[in-house]
Ligand binder design. Structure first.
Ligand code: CTP
Length: 403
């Protein structure tokens, strides 16, 4: 899944021959799951039609301050459009438009929207080589970058004039990946690897039966998603659940039993910065697993159970640089029990949920938690969606990482 998914993207197209490639840019943004609106300068319509762009973007294309309906002129609001955008790309950006952007000369809808936009602005110049080299163009590029706008440099190659040199607009794929990696690098967890365990484990009794629990895996799934959205590489080790992610930064490792989860967690722990163990791991498993289906015979059946390995505690014993986060699900003496677990398992943070709180714990989509950190500082949160609890966990992690 692209980092651009769900983003509102404004694409400004100016009057250069490279405008024909802007259709591909729209297509790539839409494919990445973004919402796209296009602004054309009036002269750009000589190079590409609004119909092509409105069809690809599935939105009306704007090229002037007003649009004529049957009897009335309707005002196109550049301020609203500028605020709607999560990012603004101007591609191709001609020397003329670059100079207007740099000097604030808003004599068309595109530049007026540029001046109103509060979002990150990317621009991909396209022009002949001598225009690209000209001191006024160089000055515009520098001025725009000093405003915080992001240059996607032109490349070298054959130009529309027949000359060969620097000035070709970067290719659509390169423009889109430039934007994606720029966004990613700005994210707060970029460069961090986070291991997340989620869901229940199933402990086999025989080939068709198991001991399990009611964990849905949603809490861990939301944590994995939130970490990936913030730019982390996520190793998501999950017991059997209905949740699956196609996020490109989440590597999913499905497991079934506590022993499989233990093995996978230990295979990755040394390479991660943070481990968040939210799985509801079975504490006991059958001592002997029948190799064929157990037939009903007697009126009672006894199973001998033995302890599983405590994955979280085993990490607490070997952790070096990692931040270790555990969960505690309690029914009584909640805070005291959670503090005991925090200390015994050598954690940096424990997320306590009490089964006495309505809406907390297994099953539902909400949770009510209290954080206890290694200095025993407590923060109690109100009932929230599990997605919002995941955000709170990420904020706490960022505090610890940046401390
Ligand atoms: N956990 C684990 N491996 C286990 C059992 C638990 O990694 N075999 C982790 C869970 O993922 C959770 C934390 O330990 O982060 C606390 O689990 P919990 O069941 O509340 O506590 P336990 O230590 O198992 O103790 P008890 O069941 O007695 O409360």
């Amino acid at each position: 899944m692209s980092i651009l998914r769900g983003k509102n993207i404004l694409l400004g197209i100016t009057a250069g021959i490279a405008a024909y490639k802007s259709a591909s840019i729209v297509r790539l943004f839409v494919k990445a799951g973004a919402n796209v609106k296009v602004i054309l300068t009036p002269a750009a319509k000589d190079f590409i039609t609004p119909l092509t762009l409105s069809t690809l973007s599935k939105n009306p294309v704007i090229s002037s301050f007003t649009q004529d309906t049957d009897d009335n002129a309707v005002w196109n609001n550049h301020v609203d459009l500028g605020l709607w955008a999560d990012l603004f790309l101007i591609a191709p950006a001609t020397a003329n438009t670059l100079s207007k952007m740099a000097s604030g000369r808003s004599d068309n809808f595109l530049v007026a929207t540029y001046l109103s936009a509060k979002c990150p602005v990317y621009f991909a110049p396209a022009m002949d080589l001598d225009m690209y080299k000209h001191p006024t163009t160089k000055a515009s590029l520098e001025t725009l970058q000093s405003f915080g706008n992001i240059l996607i440099p032109a490349t070298s190659g054959e130009l529309a004039s027949g000359l060969v040199g620097e000035g070709r607009m970067a290719e659509p794929e390169a423009i889109v990946s430039h934007i994606e990696s720029h966004i990613l690098k700005e994210l707060s967890l970029f460069g961090k690897t986070i291991l997340v365990t989620a869901g229940p484990t199933y402990e086999a009794i025989d080939p068709v039966r198991f001991i399990g629990n009611h964990s849905s895996g949603l809490m861990g799934f939301e944590i994995a998603n939130k970490a990936a959205q913030l730019g982390a590489e996520v190793i998501y080790i999950t017991g059997p659940t209905h949740y699956s992610s196609n996020h490109s930064r989440i590597t999913t490792i499905p497991v079934v039993s506590a022993q499989e989860m233990y093995t996978q967690v230990h295979a990755h722990f040394q390479s991660v910065d943070v481990a968040i163990l939210s799985a509801a791991v079975a504490d006991y498993k059958p001592k002997h697993v029948a190799t064929s289906k157990i037939k009903k015979a007697e009126t009672t059946l006894s199973l001998e159970l033995e302890k599983t390995k405590d994955i979280l505690a085993s990490l607490g014993k070997i952790k070096s640089h990692q931040i270790l986060v555990g969960f505690a699900l309690e029914t009584n003496d909640e805070v005291d029990n959670a503090i005991k677990k925090l200390k015994f398992k050598n954690l940096d943070l424990i997320v306590l949920n009490s089964l006495n709180d309505k809406g907390a714990g297994f099953g539902g989509t909400s949770n009510k938690v209290t954080f206890i950190d290694k200095n025993l500082a407590q923060t109690a949160f109100p009932l929230k969606s599990k997605a919002d609890v995941a955000t709170d966990i990420m904020n706490e992690l960022l505090k610890q990482i940046n401390a």
